[in-house]
Design a protein around this ligand. Structure first.
Ligand code: ADP
Length: 596
């Protein structure tokens, strides 16, 4: 874990050195802070002769040993120490914050970049909520830790060591008393660390369940309302929210124990030191000033010990955060791209499947042996029973998934040999329901081709039969559509989807039942738009309503994982197989419906 965080902060070495230097100065100043008081107690109020080195140091400022003058110098030193410490603390905080923010930015981009490259398979098995919560909460935990806590640990160690040296120098047997409890304290702290980590992990898990529940509920608000499930949704959130509270309370019981235990232990040590110190002062073997410095150090000595304990809490949290981030970064569900992948300018659109086998899960084959060939510019229909794998066949062409066996070629080249972006740029996709983004209509159409000009977009919308309704909207092409395009009708969304593919101008067009969800009136407009779009392209259309593919050059019937039939509409009807049966069913029910 430390190596992971080390890697994250490496680019900010320079800043870290500044922060570290500032922390050192802060530490030195906190070590020096009780010394002016010692000078006043011992050399001004008390009668002790100044140590020769201190006397030499201050000599230029001393006027014939005037005691008040010494007090003034000590008071001045006090301010100087505080001011220098404050300046160092400012520099420390300033740079810590900026390093933390940049580390978080880098990590966020790294995780998001990885998420963009993961295959669709990852998303069908992972919920969005936990991913969201990793991208936000876990990364901010790592952010605060990466910049401050790692250095805090170093500085704490240094403080402890230097205080020990000074304490031994002041009075070594006292120091032994103080040290006697330290091993027990450290033992307690490490025990504590384990339970806090376990509790923290539980809390984070429950927190991400909250995000997941809320996200899912908000996303399906329409269904929730339609089925009157608001109460159930609330109860679902209440359950996970209560689980979070329970987990957090459990973590709290452990965490709340630390500080009181340390305080009591420190008080015990301090009491012993006070009692022994008084005796030593009375015996004349220790000065009041030394005891003061000693007491100041004693209380400070345990602060870093306590801090180390708090840091273990932070470590527990960040370990969990790092684990969750790495779970994403270490997922290797990517569609691999070859080093020397091809980037042809424009494909002709010849497509072939050769003995393709594929399944989403290893033990559940969907396609067992699929072979077919499509010439450039051909219009091919794919039909078959629901769940036969029609969409699956189509999704193998842009490599949403990779085949398990056999090959898929475009223009005679295995799709795995193309650069992914290049391959997908050559493909236009119209699905059963077009997903629109929160943004203007213009932006939504430009999603198909970010380089398209406003004129090109309008021309595409005209060809897609969309210009008419867009022009009637309050702000025309600059009208914002609601999230997921909820302000538009299904037919309008489809026509925007077609315009989007129109501006893409790709040689291959994949249609996955684009008219299935439409009423016959919008269907007519959409089909008209599709016919314009299809001109001069290789088209593969999955069709439910067989009338839409009657004119196809070739119809492929997928059933039981293979190409069951293959031919033109007339040929397949004559053959009297699955297609003829499907066609007859649709035709018959149509006729019956008309009769009744
Ligand atoms: P069709 O388009 O012919 O109706 P699909 O290609 O959508 O069929 O689905 C074929 C089979 O694969 C179905 O049994 C479906 O449940 C399964 N399937 C589809 N998509 C996924 C996925 N992302 N993960 C797992 N199984 C899937």
């Amino acid at each position: 874990m430390l190596r992971f965080i080390g890697g994250l902060i490496r680019p900010y070495r320079g800043t870290l050195i500044i922060i570290f230097a500032a922390m050192l100065v802060e530490t030195l100043m906190s070590l020096a802070a009780p010394w002016p008081l010692k000078i006043i107690l011992d050399n001004v109020v008390g009668d002790k002769k100044m140590q020769p080195w201190l006397h030499d140091l201050l000599r230029p400022m001393l006027e014939h040993g005037n005691r008040l003058h010494v007090a003034l110098i000590a008071a001045g030193l006090y301010v100087a120490i505080a001011a220098l410490g404050a300046l160092a603390s400012y520099i420390d905080n300033y740079f810590t914050e900026s390093a933390g923010q940049w580390v978080a930015h880098d990590l966020r981009m790294r995780v998001y970049n990885h998420l963009q490259q993961l295959s669709l398979g990852y998303y069908s098995t992972h919920q969005t909520g936990p991913i969201l919560s990793t991208l936000t909460s876990d990364i901010s935990t790592i952010q605060s830790f990466a910049s401050s806590s790692t250095l805090d640990i170093l500085v704490d160690m240094l403080t402890i060591v230097s205080m020990l040296v000074l304490m031994f120098w002041l009075n070594w047997d006292f120091t032994l008393i103080a040290l006697a409890v330290t091993p027990f304290l450290l033992l307690f702290v490490s025990r504590f660390k384990k339970s806090v980590k376990a509790a923290t992990k539980e809390v984070r898990k429950e927190q991400s369940a909250i995000v997941a529940t809320v996200q899912q509920g908000l996303e399906s608000m329409q269904v929730v309302k339609a089925f009157g499930q608001e109460k159930a949704e609330e109860e679902m959130l209440a359950a996970v929210s209560q689980a979070t509270v329970a987990a957090a309370l459990k973590a709290r019981s452990v965490k709340a124990l630390l500080s009181p235990v340390v305080t009591v232990v420190v008080a015990g040590c301090t009491a012993v030191v006070l009692w022994r110190g008084a005796a030593l002062i009375l015996a004349g073997t220790m000065t009041v000033g030394s005891l003061t410095v000693y007491l100041a150090y004693l209380s400070r000595f345990f602060k870093p010990v306590k801090d180390l304990a708090t840091t273990t809490n932070a470590i527990a949290q960040v370990t969990v955060g790092v684990e969750r981030v790495r779970e994403i970064l270490d997922t290797d569900a990517m569609i691999p791209e070859k080093e020397d992948a091809l980037e042809p300018a424009l494909l002709t659109g010849e497509i072939a499947f050769e003995n393709v086998a594929f399944g989403y899960a290893a033990d559940e084959p969907i396609l067992t042996d699929v072979s077919f060939r499509i010439k450039p510019g051909e219009f091919v229909g794919i039909v078959g029973p629901t769940g036969a794998g029609k969409s699956t066949v189509v999704s193998l062409i842009p490599r949403f998934y990779d085949v398990n066996k056999g090959i898929v070629t475009v223009d005679g080249v295995d799709v795995r040999d193309y650069k992914l972006k290049n391959l997908r740029d050559q493909i236009g996709y119209v699905l059963q329901d077009t997903v629109l983004f929160h943004g203007t209509i213009l932006e939504n159409i430009a999603f198909g081709n970010p380089h398209a000009s406003r004129e090109e977009i309008i021309a595409a919308a005209k060809l897609a039969n969309a210009d008419e309704f867009i022009a009637k909207m309050p702000m025309g092409y600059d009208t914002p559509v609601g999230e997921r395009g909820s302000t538009l009708s299904g037919g309008q969304r489809q026509r925007i989807g077609i315009a989007r593919v129109m501006v893409r101008n790709s040689p291959i067009l994949l249609l996955d039942e684009p008219t299935a969800a439409l009423d016959s009136e919008s269907e007519k407009l959409v089909i008209e738009a599709l016919e314009t779009l299809m001109k001069g392209r290789t088209v593969i259309a999955i069709a439910h309503r067989l009338t839409t593919i009657r004119d196809a050059n070739q119809i492929i019937v997928i059933a039981d994982g293979v190409v069951a039939e293959d031919g033109s509409h007339a040929e397949l009807l004559q053959k009297g197989g699955i297609y003829a049966e499907l066609y007859r069913t649709q035709f018959d029910t149509g006729e019956k419906a008309a009769v009744s």
